[in-house]
Design a protein around this ligand. Structure first.
Ligand SMILES: C[S@@+](CC[C@H](N)C(=O)[O-])C[C@H]1O[C@@H](n2cnc3c(N)ncnc32)[C@H](O)[C@@H]1O
Length: 228
């Protein structure tokens, strides 16, 4: 089983300190929503976000969208061999049901994420396809790896260089593999996040887009299982 955690996701609602800024108010009025019910988005709120201390790491829901598009509904996911979680920058964890079919349309995805962050789940009633899960990231990594710290892998620039074949073997060998991939646009993981993973691996000498890393991980694992 492959568990992928999208780490420190740049996914949040507009923080209250930006809610009175004109560009945010105008966007909220176009969307007929309150400012703090909107998803924070650098491409729409870039100027306002310069007021946030760590603005360059925040407000990129498109990264989460593209990662999820690459992970979900893959043959591996349809076989029930993939589980995905989102770790938000405020520490909350979102459980993504493996049967979820996310909207292909990005505007509809934004609406769903706003519902998730406002109500804590999607849909608000009935079986949850996306839901806030109690507990912390250290607890999640420990539970998923069944306390076997050896099978926890962090994709990170500057880690140990690993080719696709070795990556597949590394992930398929344990019963449960846990892979962490950053879903933020700039900067590094916090030290706390780095310390949770026993192996730090680099897939290319160049910095990669998070969604390309997701694809490589999925296909390395899928390929290794096929040739087993
Ligand atoms: C766009 S990067 C994060 C920001 C990047 N550190 C920067 O400052 O531009 C997104 C994520 O993809 C993964 N990643 C990027 N390049 C990688 C590489 N060469 N090898 C392994 N993982 C990589 C890491 O998990 C990283 O957090």
């Amino acid at each position: 089983m492959l568990n992928v955690i999208l780490l420190e996701c740049a996914l949040e609602l507009v923080p209250s300190e930006l809610s009175s800024i004109k560009e945010i108010q105008q966007h909220a009025s176009r969307r007929k929503k309150s400012p703090t019910d909107l998803l924070l988005d650098q491409s729409l709120h870039g100027r306002a976000m310069t007021k946030l201390g760590d603005g360059e790491r925040r407000g990129r829901p498109d990264i989460v969208y593209l990662c999820l598009m690459n992970l979900l509904e893959t043959p591996l996911c349809k076989q029930g061999l993939l589980k995905v979680f989102l770790h938000l920058q405020d520490g909350r964890i979102v459980d993504v049901d493996s049967s979820v079919r996310l909207p292909r349309n990005y505007d509809r995805f934004v609406g769903l994420m706003e519902q998730l962050l406002t109500h804590g789940r999607v849909p608000p009633e009935g079986d949850a396809l996306l839901a806030m899960k109690g507990g912390s990231l250290p607890q999640l990594v420990s539970d998923l790896s069944k306390k076997n710290h050896e099978c926890t892998v962090l994709a990170i620039e500057g880690g140990q260089i690993v080719g696709m074949r070795d990556l597949g073997q590394l992930l398929v060998t344990p019963d449960q593999a846990v892979v962490g991939i950053g879903a933020f646009p700039h900067g590094d993981f916090t030290e706390e996040t780095k310390d949770l993973f026993s192996r730090h691996i680099e897939l290319d000498s160049q910095v990669m887009m998070a969604w390309h890393v997701c694809s490589e991980v999925i296909w390395a694992y899928t390929w290794e299982r096929r040739i087993d």
